[in-house]
Ligand binder design. Sequence first.
Ligand SMILES: CC(C)(COP(=O)(O)OP(=O)(O)OC[C@H]1O[C@@H](n2cnc3c(N)ncnc32)[C@H](O)[C@@H]1O)[C@@H](O)C(=O)NCCC(=O)NCCS
Ligand SMILES: Nc1ncnc2c1ncn2[C@@H]1O[C@H](COP(=O)(O)OP(=O)(O)OP(=O)(O)O)[C@@H](O)[C@H]1O
Length: 207
Amino acid sequence: MESKLPKPPLKIGITGCIGSGKTTAARIFEALGIPVYYADDRAKWLMANDEQLKARIIDLFGPEAYDSSGALNRAHIAQKAFSDAGLLEQLNAAVHPAVGADAERWHKEQSGVPYTLKEAALLYESGSFKALDAVIVVSAPEEVRLRRVMQRDGVEEEAVRARMRKQMPEEEKARRADYLIQNDGQQSIIQQIHAIHQQLQQRYDEI
Ligand SMILES: CC(C)(COP(=O)(O)OP(=O)(O)OC[C@H]1O[C@@H](n2cnc3c(N)ncnc32)[C@H](O)[C@@H]1O)[C@@H](O)C(=O)NCCC(=O)NCCS
Ligand SMILES: Nc1ncnc2c1ncn2[C@@H]1O[C@H](COP(=O)(O)OP(=O)(O)OP(=O)(O)O)[C@@H](O)[C@H]1O
């Protein structure tokens, strides 16, 4: 007898430059019932809990990379990594494959939904977009992004610009996007997200 397995969900990514609003947008998709993998958060969890990754981070950043309770010293790592291109490259090379494998495991556990979302700042830069069916890019002008992050994190302009310099330019991401959300503060992202959600549901139905 022919058995019909339920179709696995599509793998969709959501990305954008620092402060574009990708986490804000991902939370709205989550409210529509879509499971979201938050790569930045998960990366930090893995960096604090995966013994092999921890050993590599101590190699790169010294024992100060963790405090006495074993928590990740984000400020120490950020200060060193974003001012030393070689070190950032080595950090990325250690963290990105671990996150990629973890995201794959997570996706396999999801069912009964038309698609899942992987929210990550560096989907294009890390190459992990290749494992996805489509990518949504959240876009906002640089000055808006800068202001939002300075306000959200209480940091100086230069700290944000140091991260901006390590990311693919906004225009390039927008050009590559399968779906684009404009989050310049002028147009409603809720309507845009709703429209993309419907298109993705349709895409799943047509597989
Ligand atoms: C340096 C760390 C500890 C700083 O932590 P912090 O809480 O301040 O930032 P968080 O991880 O939440 O990232 C905030 C934003 O910074 C930018 N950013 C983070 N890592 C990178 C990177 N490797 N390259 C460029 N931009 C980055 C992104 O826009 C990201 O959304 C952390 O960012 C890190 O470990 N980064 C390297 C691993 C990585 O690439 N993680 C992100 C995706 S898997
Ligand atoms: N349309 C908007 N109007 C006003 N504030 C917004 C809007 N979108 C996002 N923000 C605010 O801007 C800040 C950055 O948004 P968010 O954290 O979602 O960006 P992100 O792309 O995930 O950033 P990062 O790359 O640092 O992880 C947050 O404080 C968020 O509340």
